[in-house]
Ligand binder design. Structure first.
Ligand code: 9B3
Ligand code: ZN
Ligand code: ZN
Length: 432
């Protein structure tokens, strides 16, 4: 009798496996470290031919031995992918077993919550909410905030930047901050909103912020890729590029951070329209990158600082990403990111790595920061905000505040340094 029972359980267990009753009901994020060339090839194959999304590295070309791969596997391909990895004895860790739940948590947008005002900056917002917020902010601060239409997206959505101008000193310098180049990096637009709010609230309260805003105007573009951002809310949370449909291919999207004219489409970008790092047909082929480039070109005499906000991996990057060569002001830029990282560590006990993009993250051409630097905006940076891979692009709302505070510390550190330098140089010029 006992053997019959064992057999019964066994058979049913087998059935359970075969019918997939145990299959994952949520998407997962796996961390996989290939330890042979064979495993590298299998992973490349999985990431291309199965319904998965690479989080890290950004393209399968960069998968290599002994380097962590972060792979998002949606629920419906979970079983297949897990089986395949098992079959090839590729070990992996489940970084997130409940990705769908976290996606839902990120989209929970209690606009009906009466207390939602207090937590507005601790939540993620839809594109429509962000457009409303832009209008509301400009209305609430008519003397200090102006809305500037810098262009429009491929799908004809407006690209609005806010200009914060807290006083009317003549010949003021300026800082530019853009967020949301990459659609899935939700913490980035959240930072831009937070930054504007903080600036308006803490001018005359916080000393560093007051000094900065007394000396420079700030342009903030909260969502540089509105079509992509919208798409992450409605169709595919993992979308990165814009939504330009390439004729003659089934593929959509140009990587806006490979579309600028800085060693455009050399190694580190792809001319294949289906790639996550597709560089586009020519530099500034996309309306979004062209709009930003035009604005920066026409304001390059006043704009001193260029900042582009991304996630994830906690890095403060400076030029160049598009070449191994050092920027001509390498040492002063390096000093700035180093000090910013030290301040973040001191205040928030969190580690940010720093340095030129090519050496710190990967060789990558066509980025906005490199292009801005070549244009003559000498203080040009890309920040990669939280986290280092635990949640990746699915950073829970409860982490927004911390991530934003850290980035704010970096912005303040850099802006104050730049002001110090330009004040030193104007006074020395005055003395000669
Ligand atoms: C890439 C480039 Cl090309 C650059 N100039 N600066 C930073 C990066 C890193 C971001 C990217 O576009 O891959 C990180 Se999401
Ligand atoms: Zn990015
Ligand atoms: Zn990134």
């Amino acid at each position: 009798m006992a053997t019959v029972w064992v057999l019964f359980i066994f058979l049913n267990f087998d059935l359970l496996l075969k019918t997939g009753q145990c299959a994952e009901t949520s998407g997962q994020v796996l961390s996989i470290t290939p330890n042979s060339q064979e495993q590298v090839e299998i992973l490349k194959n999985v990431s291309i031919h199965y319904q998965t999304v690479l989080w890290q590295p950004v393209s399968s070309d960069y998968i290599k031995e002994q380097t962590q791969v972060h792979l998002y596997v949606p629920a419906n391909s979970s079983q297949t992918v897990n089986d395949l990895l098992h079959r090839h004895s590729i070990t992996y860790e489940v970084m997130l077993s409940n990705a769908d739940e976290i996606i839902e948590m990120q989209m929970r947008n209690d606009s009906t919550d009466p207390r939602s005002g207090a937590t507005f900056y601790q939540r993620y917002h839809t594109l429509e909410d962000i457009y409303d917020w832009i209008n509301r902010t400009a209305k609430d601060y008519p003397n200090t905030v102006k809305v500037i239409l810098v262009g429009s997206s491929h799908e004809k959505r407006p690209l609005y930047a806010l200009k914060l101008s807290l006083n009317n000193r003549p010949n003021k310098k300026a800082m530019w901050i853009d967020c949301g180049i990459h659609a899935r990096e939700w913490i980035s637009p959240a930072f831009c909103l937070f930054f504007v709010h903080y600036s308006l609230l803490f001018y005359n309260q916080n000393q560093a912020m007051t000094q900065i805003l007394d000396n420079m105007d700030v342009y903030v573009l909260p969502v540089m890729n509105p079509d992509g951002y919208k798409y992450t809310w409605t169709n595919d949370r993992m979308w990165r590029k814009n939504r330009f449909p390439k004729k003659g291919t089934p593929c959509i999207g140009v990587d806006l951070n490979r579309n600028f004219d800085a060693n455009w489409c050399t190694r580190g970008a792809s001319d294949y329209p289906c790639s996550e790092i597709y560089c586009g047909a020519f530099p500034e082929s996309e309306p979004e990158s062209q709009a930003v480039a035009n604005f920066l070109r026409s304001h390059k005499d006043s704009i001193q600082i260029y900042l582009s906000i991304h996630s994830y991996s906690q890095m403060l990057l400076m030029p160049y990403s598009c070449t191994m060569d050092e920027a001509e002001n390498h040492s002063e830029l390096y000093e700035m990111v180093k000090q910013a990282a030290e301040n973040i560590r001191r205040y928030y006990r969190n580690i940010y790595t720093y340095g030129p993009g090519a050496k710190t993250i990967y060789l990558a051409p066509g980025g906005s920061d490199d292009w801005a630097h070549m244009l003559g905006i000498k203080y040009s940076f890309t920040f990669e905000l939280q986290d280092r891979g635990r949640y990746g692009f699915l950073l829970p709302p409860s982490h927004i505040q911390g991530a934003c505070n850290e980035a704010l510390t970096a912005v303040k550190t850099i802006a104050l340094k730049v002001m110090e330098k330009s004040q030193a140089s104007t006074s020395s010029r005055q003395t000669v």
